[in-house]
Design a protein around this ligand. Structure first.
Ligand code: B1M
Length: 236
């Protein structure tokens, strides 16, 4: 019994250390082994290699996403807010996170889910943040949805064009800036005026349930799983 508990503890500690190493890569913007940034980590494994290894040793993709990547990015946000790091550093962190997410994507998007519908996703006009939206897209794909990702800086006419082309069941919007979340209002109105049956869901760090209600969105979720559940119903 003691030996069993001991080995479980060792595995837990090793996994925690591995997750911390990945989080540091996101915090420091260390993309992969060959990347020269940051200079003090030259020649060391980056987010690319460490995420691949974490999966290989059996750490769950969800654990990597929540406890390494999103945690690491939270630290980046705090440091940026406190002027301890600058925009180019944040960009390197975003690249490190994206590289790691590529390894996780197959785990979130595979599965034999019954087809649930088609959703158009986009980050709203004026906003270039796309990491959260990409994660939302991965959850929807894994949940049986066909995802049409319109990218970033998507205006109301662009959302409408995409709706005309793809005839979706739902539209999901993301905004990370207090200055761009207000652009959701025009987009939601444009969609609802022409396509009242299409469900609209909004999210992103500054967006709240109250705001979503005020602009006429059907749903709001602070996280990807919640967004999926709102449109499809919770997992049984
Ligand atoms: Co910018 N940035 N950024 N940035 N950036 C924030 C958002 C900021 C909070 C940083 C800070 O000050 N602490 C701040 C916004 C302040 C505010 O408005 N309140 C900020 C700023 C000011 C800016 C610039 C204006 C800086 C400048 O130029 N001076 C500039 C704006 C550019 C623009 O968009 N026009 C800018 C630029 C950038 C980069 C390009 C360098 C880069 C983005 C790269 C990219 O996305 N490809 C970047 C980054 C990386 C960040 C932080 C550090 C991290 C964002 C992120 O990816 N988080 C961010 C600080 C922070 O959030 N801690 C910050 C991880 C991601 C998984 O979380 O996107 O919240 P998130 O998504 C979550 C949930 O919100 C939710 O699920 C996701 C997964 O859990 N969710 C949904 C998201 N969308 C959803 C949709 C749904 C449902 C749930 O339904 C459809």
């Amino acid at each position: 019994m003691t030996i069993l508990l001991g080995s479980i503890y060792i595995e837990f500690a090793m996994n925690k250390e591995q997750l911390q190493k990945i989080a540091v890569c996101v915090e420091r913007g260390k993309i992969d082994k060959k990347s020269p940034h940051p200079p003090d980590l030259q020649g060391q494994d980056g987010a690319d290699e460490l995420t691949a290894l974490a999966l290989k040793v059996g750490i769950l993709p969800n654990e990597i996403l929540s406890h390494a990547l999103i945690e690491g990015m939270k630290v980046v946000g705090e440091r940026f807010r406190n002027n301890e790091i600058y925009l180019p550093d944040v960009l390197m962190s975003a690249r490190a996170m994206n590289v790691a997410m590529e390894h996780l994507k197959p785990f979130f998007t595979s599965g034999n889910m019954q087809y649930k519908g088609r959703i158009i996703l986009g980050t709203v006009a004026g906003d270039l943040h796309d990491i959260g939206k990409k994660i939302v897209g991965m959850f929807f794909e894994g949940g049986g949805w066909e995802v049409i990702d319109c990218g970033v800086d998507v205006s109301a006419p662009q959302f409408l064009q995409s709706i005309e082309k793809h005839a979706p069941d739902a539209v999901g919007m993301s905004a990370l800036l207090t200055t761009t979340m207000v652009n959701m209002q025009d987009i939601v109105k444009g969609i609802k005026d022409q396509y009242p049956d299409i469900k609209v869901i909004v999210g992103g760090a500054p967006v709240t349930e109250d705001f979503a209600g005020k602009i006429g969105a059907d749903f709001y979720s602070p996280d990807p799983q919640g967004a999926l559940d709102q449109l499809t119903g919770p997992r049984s």
